[in-house]
Structure formats: C-alpha cells, structure tokens
Write a protein that binds this ligand. Structure first.
Ligand SMILES: [Ca+2]
Ligand SMILES: [Ca+2]
Length: 260
C-alpha cells in the first residue's frame, strides 16, 4: 500500500474499530435516565406512567420469549423493572447483579453483589473465588423488591404476567459512581412442564440460577443526568461522526497534497 493511501486506510480502520466496538457496546450497555417520579415497589405497574420514563432494553430469546428491562435512577438508588409477558406463574426468580467498582475480572469480588427475588428477597456478595451466588449478604435497610402477576397498566403482553420491581440503594452497596457493571438473570418454570428456563442480560446460553458469568462479561450501565434517553445511543452517533470527521480531515489533506 502506498503512503498516499495510508491516511485514508488508517481513517477507515478507525471507523471500523470504533463502529464495531460501539455496536457491541450497544448490545450490552444501558444509559439510564434520571427519574421523574419514584416507582412504588409493589411488583406491578402501579400506574401507566410508572415506568414510561425509563430506559428500555428488550431481550428476545431463541425460544420466542421476551424479557423487558426498564431502569431509572436518582443517583442514590437504582430502580429496575423486569417483565416477561409470557411468564404467567409466580414460581421463578429475578436477579440484579452489580459490579460496583466496574472492574470486571474473572470472579465475583467483595464489591460485586446480586439481589435475588424469589419467594423472598436475598442478597449475595462475591467470594473472590467463584461466580456462584452462595455468600449471602444481609439485605440492606433500603433495598426493596417485589413481584406481581398483572396485566394492568403494562404496555407489554395482553394477559396477566410476571413482573419484578427492585430498588437498589447504591450507596449501601459501595461507593456511588455513574458507571457500573450489571448482570440480570431471570428464571421461571415452564408453563406446561416442570423444567426451569433461564434467561439473562447480557444473553448467555449458560445462564442458570445463582451462577453468574464472570463480571468481565457483564453489561455496563451509565447513570445519566438527563430525564430522556434517546432510543439511538449518543455515544454511537458521536463515535461514527467523529470517525467520519477524521476521515474527512485525512482526505482533505490528501487532496491538498495531491494538487501541490
Ligand atoms: Ca409498581
Ligand atoms: Ca467488581
């Protein structure tokens, strides 16, 4: 390749790398808006507006089921709704895991917590050696979790189905930050059989109850100061626009070089 072409190639390479990383990040990162109103943690859509102003992540699994994840925050607490329109029986678990130092790693450490709601609400903390949630941690004072079976007020599903609501007081689980690692797991028994079905975000085939993937594979959440989070994430637009700008500069230089 000639030297003359290399700046353009370099620019294109940057675009490809940035675009591919953004596409990946788009899949497993959520920008969470600041809340307008606090949700009531009662396990159901208490009103049609309760979760309307929140991030929306919809995961479609190969078996045709869908998990809706909605979240909002007030800097001190994270509020999360998990909803599965095809889950009609209250017999599973919903769990939210946070990497509070956002430092990834192969094992769950003492800064990594999972809050699990089944027939009761429990919390687990990493043991530095595994990713299995077995090291129970006392539920902190302000942690809330509730699940319910309802179709009222929810825009998802046409009949009564399961939803889980959580309030995670971030300051009770580590230092406050604007970025965290997050992993969500959801399980339910089959409606017509006795098998347990496991789902997760990010979507891992190996998802199972109380057994998380390595925190380095968890998703990322960013707490935003904005109440409205655009559907198309700003970082992706910014990255692509930036790359196009770089290419434009290089091509511009090449153009002027070539007429010298
Ligand atoms: Ca509610
Ligand atoms: Ca960690």
């Amino acid at each position: 390749m000639s030297m003359r072409n290399s700046p353009l190639a370099f620019g294109l390479a940057i675009l490809v790398v940035v675009a591919s990383q953004s596409a990946f990040a788009d899949d497993s990162s959520i920008t969470i808006p600041i809340l307008g109103g606090k949700p009531i943690i009662d396990g159901v859509w208490t009103s049609p507006q309760e979760w309307s102003q929140a991030s929306l992540t919809s995961v479609n699994y190969t078996d045709g089921t869908q998990l809706v994840i909605k979240a909002k925050h007030d800097w001190n607490s994270l509020y999360v709704l998990l909803e599965m329109p095809d889950d009609y029986v209250s017999d599973g678990h919903g769990a939210i895991c946070l990497d509070t130092l956002n430092d990834g790693g192969p094992y769950m450490n003492s800064d990594d917590y999972c809050i699990v709601l089944g027939s009761s609400l429990r919390a687990y903390r990493g043991d530095d050696r595994t990713t299995i949630m077995k090291n129970e941690f006392p539920i902190t004072q302000e942690t809330e979790g509730a699940r319910g079976l309802s179709g009222n007020n929810s825009p998802y599903g046409s009949r009564d189905h399961m939803s889980y609501e959580f309030k995670v007081p971030l300051k009770e689980y580590g230092q406050l930050a604007t970025q965290y690692g997050m992993y969500i797991t959801y399980d339910t028994r089959g409606q017509t059989d006795n098998y347990q079905h496991y789902y997760s975000w990010p979507d891992f085939d190996t998802a199972s109850y109380l057994d998380a993937p390595s925190p380095r594979s968890w998703g990322k959440i960013s707490l935003s100061a904005d109440a409205d989070v655009p559907e198309f994430p700003i970082p992706l637009v910014g990255a692509v626009a930036g790359s196009v700008g770089i290419i434009a500069i290089f091509t511009h230089r090449m153009f002027f070089k070539s007429i010298d």
